[in-house]
Design a binder for this molecule. Structure first.
Ligand SMILES: [Zn+2]
Length: 494
């Protein structure tokens, strides 16, 4: 046997071994998924964990069968954007893409999602297209295993410090991760965030940008939920401070550097907010550069999203679809009347009361919830704060959030395992400094038991009224579980 022949025989042998290992990993992971469901677990990460233990290359192998792959990154809005893009792909392909559920955005969650799609009954089997939301830091381990056609980067804002550390650290890791991508991977970024602009330019990959129309930037609720954050976003050219056309502290729309004059790169897609409908949902119009000529900006579409965060999430989904070659007008039509995901202003009717559930995990999302409460004319507010591992142990971020922007009129109940910290935060926010005024709540109820607090809050809202529930992840999941048991909410898909 020649040297070459021997080497290729060894190659065939190891190829066979790795194929066997891959099949074994898939089989055992499937079994793990069945077993964990049988004993009542959702099983979103166990199959992936088991599969990867048997075949460490399982993610890359599974991803090899998917095409195209889109990754959605960002501190806020990943779930909504992923959901919108999945909706567009489903409309386009006639079958849903492979996608991961909210929260299952670590490595094992992705593996489990792909495994599950492969073992689904034939009539429910998804297409080969995939859209995954990926945790900011988990992305580092995942990037080399996937060969995404498109990576969407929504924003980079301050999150719980214990999980993510400072923004600069996340930015450094992303710079490194983007360098591991294929050269042809297209980045879809928010042009209104100078920090993302410099990240994209450094990557050397093709970039497509979405941005908010100047006319909408000063008319959209909740500036804090915008592209950037109060942490500041330096000029990509000189590192100097940038000024937003819509005014200081707006962080939306076009910007210019005060030191060197660099300004926002012309977006490929400009999104405008055309006000809200009577229910508070956004009306959006999209202007896509390079769309067939003579076509006016799209007529306004109604999306069941709110605030500047909703504007950006919709723009990101439409532009990502366009980057995949989907006609923009078809993409826009597909997100018309899209329904919100868990914790994204989901509405449930409870005995004639409108109950709105919204997730808060950092100052920006809490401020969005405050703005949404005002737009929806909440009659009652139930705010929950917990510190289970999935929510983050460090709750100090509540001190960075502008809780004073919550409307003053509605009854207010505070709940969750860290309800006392919230109460302290509200006490210092509302009882110091600001002048007492009409409609300003002088009292709030603190009740750490979520079942009891929910009942109190519902009692405080008359039929026909609106109760807005804002809570951290596990606490909101707990409250939703209580509503499911009352028979008013359908169980979340598992
Ligand atoms: Zn500059």
């Amino acid at each position: 046997m020649t040297h070459d022949a021997r080497r290729s025989a060894v190659g065939r042998g190891s190829d066979l071994t790795s194929r066997i290992r891959f099949r074994l990993a898939i089989g055992v992971a499937w079994l793990a998924s069945r077993l964990s469901r049988a004993i009542g677990y959702h099983g979103t990460s166990l199959p992936g964990l088991v599969g990867e233990r048997i075949d460490p290359a399982i993610l890359a192998r599974l991803a090899g069968d998917l095409d195209p792959i889109v990754i959605v990154l960002g501190t806020n809005g990943k779930t909504t954007t992923t959901r919108l893009l999945a909706r567009i792909l489903q409309a386009e392909l006639g079958k849903p893409p492979v996608t991961n559920r909210s929260g299952a955005n670590l490595r094992q969650g992705l593996i489990s999602a792909i495994l599950e799609s492969r073992t689904a009954p034939r009539h429910r089997r998804p297409s080969r297209a995939a859209v995954f939301e990926v945790d900011e830091l988990a992305w580092t381990g995942i990037a080399p295993s996937l060969r995404p056609a498109v990576v969407v980067i929504l924003n980079l804002v301050r999150d719980q410090l214990d999980r993510y550390g400072e923004i600069d650290m996340v930015e450094r890791r992303w710079t490194h991760d983007l360098a591991a991508l294929p050269l042809e991977t297209t980045l879809v970024i928010c042009a209104d965030d100078p920090r993302l602009e410099s990240l994209a330019q450094r990557s050397g990959r093709p970039v497509r940008r979405f941005g908010m129309a100047a006319s909408s930037a000063n008319a959209t609720e909740s500036p804090a939920g915008g592209a950037a954050s109060a942490d500041g976003s330096p000029c990509p050219e000189c590192g100097g401070p940038v000024e937003f056309a819509a005014g200081s502290g707006t962080w939306l729309g076009p910007w210019t550097c005060g030191s060197c004059g660099t300004s926002r790169h012309a977006p490929d897609l400009v999104v405008g907010a055309d006000g809200t409908d009577p229910e508070g949902w956004l009306r959006l119009n999209f202007d896509v550069a390079g769309a067939p000529s003579n076509r006016p900006a799209s007529p306004a579409v109604r999306v069941r999203l709110a605030g500047s965060a909703g504007v950006y999430d919709a723009a990101a989904a439409v532009l990502a679809a366009t980057a995949l070659g989907i006609d923009p007008s078809r993409a826009i039509a597909a997100i018309d009347r899209a329904t919100p995901a868990f914790g994204r202003l989901e509405e449930i009717d409870v005995d004639g009361r409108r109950v709105i559930l919204t997730l808060a995990k950092n100052p920006a999302s809490l401020e969005q919830a405050a703005a949404a409460s005002a737009v929806r004319r909440a009659d009652g507010l139930l705010i929950g704060l917990g510190d289970r591992p999935a929510e983050g142990r460090d709750i100090s971020w509540i001190w960075d959030a502008d809780l004073e922007s919550f409307p003053r009129g509605p009854s207010l109940t505070l709940t969750g395992s860290r309800a006392d910290d919230l109460a302290l935060r509200f006490k210092y926010g509302w009882d110091s400094g600001a002048e007492p005024g009409p409609g300003r709540p002088r009292a709030y109820v603190v009740d750490g038991a979520i079942d009891h607090a929910l009942e109190t809050s519902l009692r405080n809202v008359r039929p026909g009224g609106t109760l807005v529930i804002v809570a951290t992840y596990a606490t909101l999941l707990g409250i939703r579980g209580l509503l499911e048991r009352r028979g008013v909410a359908t169980a979340l898909p598992r």
